[in-house]
Design a protein around this ligand. Structure first.
Ligand code: CDP
Ligand code: MG
Length: 661
């Protein structure tokens, strides 16, 4: 044993104390002998961080093979990879690496690879049998994310051709019968006793959690949450607080409200340290949450659903649960994809409460009455039943699944969602009238890691003579989170934004921002600060743009292999860009009403320009938009650009003919 081997950083509990350690041999035996292992274990039992290490030690990475561990969320991928790299004392990207869209931190030496479920699906386009992997662990399968559901279907198919592949389905909840049945009716080689899948349960190390309800429903859960924080701080022993809220804006408001009340704390009392945790934060920003609080300080983590199961934060003793979550819901009638604040399910509420009992007995304050809890749905509706399926179907088609109805879905998607997706893909030109992928457009759209509408814009950009600009717009709109900095100085931010404003709308404004950053700002951090721009986001945009360029090169859309585009270069550049955007986003068209709101083409929905949009308080006639967000009872549209009505008929004659009849 060398010196470094005997050195265990004081920060870590020895992993031998984690519940999963006692099951190591049994787990390895099951995985060895059974093609599919279903692993049940409560959050924090060591599934994600320990099992891949056991497998690596047991030789599953011999002959250059790799263990893949999928997560539904990007945040979980990066934090977990970082943790495992630390435990194995290697540099992130070496033996342990991760891969998320537009960010690949792996190398030829990588043995354990954390990856989003969506990205692993994409890998199957290039390597249909996922042959580099000896083991694929679909983690957090109980969350039923769209991509993990589809991935399970694909793995079931791959298993027939690769009997040596090991599949691990891991779940933090007990209802795994569905997974068991799913793999049972498979015509691949069963294990000696007949069933291809085996269940292994790892007990938790959970301490009891007291659940406290309100006696009456509360009017404003944000205010109530903040009050509860201060009540806990005044009367309860030490231990950090975790508040579940629905999104970034709420989190920022709650942090402000807590900060405002901090001066009212008695002089001799411990401090409170509010910290945010949501998907749009950079990896560095997220890390504060995982660091132990300074002396005599209580952390108050304001988090979205991320903290429910996929990341583990030590030291939480108090949970405050607002009872809501933002869920994507797609309406196939209107074609509108929205993020709606919905009551959580019982399973979710239970998961959230469990976060309090990890290190000692804890308390969970539910900001609703017990009768409300009783009335909650048991489980959250799987994403596949409430999503826009166009990206998924496009991908399945590219993977050679022609008959969507016959694909092995864990839960089949509703027919109207499938029909709507096929319609959209057809009108975008990705599918032909026999619902087959078109060549080259459909094939190329599937290979670009972008929303199909945006992919269409990018692929038609050469014919509009605006490829450079569209690449930039695609990169800027693919960023997670805003390019604008510092929410506490909203006013200045707005005037800074005005400098870049383009009359034609948000996409052209983003283009101006990017061009200014790369030309006038020389990609400099200081320049960003002066203009209230987030330097990290801007640098990311540059990197995403480069990657998109390389994708297009590989697809022969640009570079030596590309055919020269036939362009109508007589148009002003802005108009070409707006026309190009229309060719992809025509289903997201709306018209401004005299009162400044917007209506969709069928006149059914009243839409509002999002306050972050330039079209907020501006005049326009027809517009297209990329995203629609429903908050409370208002429907907002984001990334709005002015267009001409005639263009809709020009670029989507079929779509609008069908609609009008
Ligand atoms: O996947 P599962 O929820 O079963 O547990 P895990 O994520 O593997 O976490 C096992 C243990 O590692 C937790 O109990 C935490 O104490 C620790 N951990 C941590 O401290 N920091 C992380 N970023 C991840 C895990
Ligand atoms: Mg886990």
């Amino acid at each position: 044993m060398t010196d470094t081997d005997s050195f265990i950083p004081a920060l870590y509990k020895p992993s031998s104390l984690l519940p999963i350690a006692r099951h190591k041999e049994a787990l390895l035996y099951t995985i060895e002998s059974s093609p599919v292992t279903i692993l049940i274990g409560p959050t924090g039992s060591g599934k994600t961080t320990q099992l891949p290490q056991f497998l690596e030690q047991a030789g599953w990475c011999n002959d250059g093979k790799v263990i893949a561990v999928t997560q539904p969320r990007r945040v979980a991928v990066t934090t977990v990879a970082k943790r495992v790299a630390e435990e194995m004392r290697c540099q992130l990207g070496q033996e342990v690496g991760y891969s998320i869209r537009f960010e690949d931190v792996t190398s030829a030496t990588t043995k354990i690879k954390f990856v989003t479920d969506g990205l692993l699906l994409r890998e199957a386009l290039v390597d249909p049998l996922l042959s580099r992997y000896s083991v694929i662990m679909v983690d957090e399968a109980h969350e039923r994310s769209l991509s993990s559901d589809v991935l399970l279907g694909l793995l079931k198919k791959i298993r027939k051709r690769r009997p040596e592949l090991r599949i691990i389905v891991s779940s933090a909840t007990l209802d795994v019968e569905g997974f068991l049945d799913f793999f049972a009716d498979s015509d691949a080689e069963p294990s000696p006793d007949g069933h291809p899948a085996k269940i292994v349960s790892v007990e938790g190390r959970a301490f009891p959690v007291d659940i406290l309800y309100l006696s009456e429903p509360c009017e404003d859960y944000l205010e109530r949450a903040v009050k509860t924080v201060f009540d806990i701080h005044a009367s309860e022993p030490e231990g950090d607080i975790l508040i579940f809220l629905t999104g970034r804006e709420e989190i920022e408001t709650a942090m402000d409200m807590i900060a405002e009340r901090l001066p009212s704390l008695p002089k001799d009392s411990d401090r409170l340290l509010p910290l945010p945790l949501y998907a749009g934060l950079s990896v560095e920003q997220q890390m504060y949450v995982f660091e132990p609080a300074p002396d005599q300080t209580r952390k108050v983590i304001c988090a979205t659903n991320i903290a429910e199961a996929s990341v583990t934060i030590d030291g939480i003793v108090y949970v405050i649960d607002c009872g809501f979550v933002k869920l994507r819901a797609y309406n196939p009638q209107t074609g509108i994809d929205s993020l709606i604040t919905t009551p959580v399910s019982k399973a979710s509420a239970t998961q959230r409460a469990g976060r309090a009992g990890r290190t000692k007995a804890g308390k969970c304050h539910r900001l609703y009455p017990e009768t409300t809890f009783e009335a909650l749905q048991d489980v959250t509706v799987p994403e596949i039943q409430r999503s826009n399926l166009a990206p998924t179907i496009l991908q399945l088609k590219a993977l050679g699944v022609d008959n969507i109805a016959r694909f092995a879905f864990l839960t089949p998607p509703p027919a109207d969602l499938v029909v709507r997706a096929l319609e959209l893909l057809y009108s975008l030109g990705a599918l032909d009238e026999y619902a087959k992928l078109t060549k080259p457009l459909g094939v190329r759209m599937a290979e670009l890691a972008l929303d199909p509408m945006l992919a269409k814009c990018l692929l038609s950009a050469p014919s509009f003579g605006c490829l450079d600009e569209m690449l930039t717009i695609a990169a800027m709109t693919s960023l997670q989170g805003s390019v604008w900095f510092s929410h506490d100085e909203k006013k200045k931010e707005e005037s800074a934004r005005r400098q870049f404003a383009a009359e034609e709308g948000d996409q052209l404004t983003l283009l101006n921002v990017y061009q200014a950053f790369t030309i006038k700002g020389k990609k400099d951090a200081k320049w960003c600060q002066q203009h209230f721009l987030n330097f990290k986001s801007m640098s990311r945009a540059v990197s995403i743009r480069n990657q998109l360029w390389r994708y297009l090169e590989r697809l022969n859309v640009v570079g030596d292999g590309a055919k020269p585009a036939i362009t109508q270069n007589t148009l002003p550049k802005e108009e070409s860009i707006r026309r190009c955007l229309t060719s992809g986003y025509f289903t997201h068209a709306a018209r401004m009403m005299p009162d400044g709101t917007f209506k969709t083409i069928d006149g059914g929905n009243v839409l509002h320009a999002h306050p972050s949009s330039l079209m907020f308080n501006r005049k326009a006639d027809w517009v297209i938009f990329t995203e629609i967000v429903e908050t409370n009872d208002k429907v907002f549209i984001r990334d709005v650009t002015k267009i001409e009505k005639a263009w809709l008929l020009e670029y989507a004659p079929e779509y609008y003919r069908v609609r009008q009849s």
